[in-house]
Design a protein. Structure first.
Length: 217
């Protein structure tokens, strides 16, 4: 049943983008490929019926669509810049939990401007959310393209670290956050929030290690 819904959503997304939003016909092949990549990532890593593992509170506060969009905007390279129409439409989809649609729409933004780091970050976030929190190869590629477009952008290490920690890869996520904090200017608007998140993550890691030591061998 889950797969039928996922495939149906992908087909509906393609139809809306191609016929309603008028994505140019030359882009249809790339649009279809993007949707297939999302499905492949879901097939490879998603576990719809697997019970969730305990997660640190520090990395769950940007899990909803609206919160994710707000967090990304707070880390934008230029928070005062007006987003292009593709990103605005994608944000609307993301706020309503339609992450597959958001990722597909963002294809228009990065196709028009491959150096749009904010759009690449948004695509990475949408792909991870669409795969129910799993870090897919497509999402990694999106974050990589964002970092290449703007090496100083805080979004790629922040959101990839967030996703890794949510998947239980705490030390990997912590390493990305610690490096970002070290590189962040003293007056960076995101610095205090990152410091607080990193402190809570460190506390959670310490608690997990203490519990592991108390388990009888």
């Amino acid at each position: 049943m889950t797969w039928a819904l996922v495939i149906g959503l992908a087909l509906a997304t393609f139809a809306v983008l191609a016929l309603v939003l008028k994505v140019p016909r030359p882009s249809w092949e790339l649009l279809g490929a993007t949707l297939l990549v999302g499905l492949a990532g879901f097939a490879w890593q998603a576990r719809p019926h697997q019970p969730g593992a305990p997660k640190p509170e520090a990395v769950t506060s940007a899990s909803g669509g609206a919160e994710l969009v707000a967090a990304r905007k707070a880390l934008a390279s230029d928070p005062t810049a007006t987003p292009n129409r593709w990103t605005m439409i994608a944000d609307g989809f993301a706020r309503n939990g339609q992450y597959g649609n958001a990722a597909a729409v963002l294809l228009g933004a990065v196709e028009k401007d491959p150096k749009n780091a904010d759009a690449w970050v948004a695509m990475g976030n949408a792909l991870i959310a669409h795969a129910e929190g799993n870090v897919t190869p497509a999402a990694l590629q999106a974050y990589s393209r964002a970092a290449k477009a703007d090496p100083a952008h805080p979004g790629p290490p922040f959101f990839l670290g967030l996703a890794l920690a949510q998947n239980g890869r705490l030390q990997e996520g912590r390493a990305l956050w610690a490096d970002l904090l070290q590189r962040s200017p003293a007056d960076a608007p995101w610095r205090k929030d990152l410091e607080a998140r990193l402190a809570r993550l460190d506390q959670f890691i310490a608690e997990q290690e203490q519990q592991a030591r108390q388990v009888p061998q």
